[in-house]
Ligand binder design. Structure first.
Ligand code: NAP
Length: 334
């Protein structure tokens, strides 16, 4: 059912105010076939946990709430598990573990929906969703039908996929309706991150459940609950620079955390750069960087989109001035 002038404050975890001129909640893929949707300027909304609402939107918001979780198939090597796009990501991960299908445990407690997971290829503690995605189904508004994407079609990269690369997400050409994960039966724990290894200390052979519980404890300690302190998770990408730039920075800042990549470049920790630039726990108006994790931008109360943009620009300018590194925001701006 189409509604008009719908307040979106409760639909984004930064709790920024703004109205959608038109809004429809989508509970089944069939609803996407309405020709009115194809003609409209659209924005596809999931959990709103990676969104900066800059004001009112004069188009159509399609709020993806398609439910469903099921074992779609099984072979000798793996379980194939499907999630409807509107499934809450964390609940889905916990359900797979309860069924005895490990493989997504490192991604516990990431906010948002299953349908949004492939878009920015969510990742945490050494695992990316794209490593476990087998295929997905999306509604193509230009063709007026459902289309299938294989894992390769998705062109997954670091917090990146074809849905971001082509700007298709914003233009709303595709709405992801369901995602199928391939969970290998030959499970091996991913415990390379120092924080996670420390949290698991004493557990010599951790189970997937142990890892999920450790990740939940870690995230609860470091990250604000959006219900209490509105936020959109990590606000900036970790910058990846060439080896010479990393060397030059290291000469001036010997404590610089750095993670060499397979392609020879070096990933830097955006949170560390922000902290060193003096922004950890600092506010500009109603928007600041969180005191326990400087990478998380928080709404201290009553912020609007413009306040987020002001703090974001100030942080970017200070990091650029101090380190010569340009930070780019992770969320989508509407
Ligand atoms: P952290 O442990 O304080 O480490 C800071 C950064 O260093 C991380 O962002 C991580 O990059 C990188 N890093 C740490 N150990 C690494 C290793 N062994 N190999 C390669 N890179 C390493 O990070 P944190 O803020 O507490 O976050 C922990 C994990 O949760 C990270 O994977 C982070 O991405 C994830 N997380 C994601 C979001 C989100 O909204 N997307 C929000 C919070 C946390 P990576 O980010 O590339 O892993």
């Amino acid at each position: 059912m189409l509604r008009r002038d719908v307040d979106l404050t409760a639909c984004n975890t930064l709790a920024l105010p703004g109205q959608a001129a038109r809004y429809a909640r989508i509970d089944s893929p069939e609803q996407l076939g309405d020709p009115e949707h194809a003609r409209s300027r659209r924005f596809i909304l999931g959990g709103g946990s990676n969104l900066v609402l800059t004001g009112d939107f004069d188009g159509l918001v399609l709020h993806m709430a398609i439910p469903g979780r099921r074992l779609a198939g099984e072979d000798a090597d793996a379980w194939y598990v499907e999630a409807g796009a509107g499934e809450n990501w964390h609940d889905f991960v916990q359900w797979t573990l309860a069924q005895g299908w490990p493989g997504l445990e490192n991604l516990s407690l990431i906010p948002g929906t299953a349908g949004a997971a492939p878009i920015q290829n969510i990742g945490a503690y050494g695992l990316e969703a794209g490593e476990r995605i087998h295929s997905l189904t999306a509604f193509d508004f230009s063709a007026g039908r459902l289309v299938a994407f294989s894992r390769g079609d998705c062109r997954f990269g670091y917090r990146d996929s074809i849905f971001k690369q082509e700007g298709w997400h914003l233009s709303g050409r595709f709405a992801i309706t369901a995602v199928t994960f391939r969970l290998p039966k030959a499970w091996a724990p991913v415990t390379g991150y120092a924080d996670l290894a420390r949290e698991l200390d004493g557990t010599s052979t951790p189970s997937a459940r142990d890892i999920a519980d450790a990740v939940v404890r870690l995230r609860r300690r470091k990250l604000p609950d959006p219900v209490e302190i509105p936020n959109a998770g990590s606000f900036f990408h970790n910058p990846v620079v060439d080896a010479a730039t990393a060397e030059a920075l290291l000469a001036v800042h010997p404590a610089l955390p750095r993670y060499p990549q397979a392609d020879g470049r070096v990933k830097l920790a955006a949170g560390w750069l922000i902290d060193q630039a003096g922004w950890k726990g600092r506010n500009l108006g109603p928007v600041g960087m969180y005191e326990k994790q400087a990478l998380v931008l928080v709404n201290r109360g009553g912020a609007r989109g413009i306040d987020v943009q002001r703090t974001m620009s100030a942080v970017q300018a200070d990091v650029l001035a101090r380190f010569g590194v340009q930070l780019t925001p992770e969320p989508v701006f509407l």
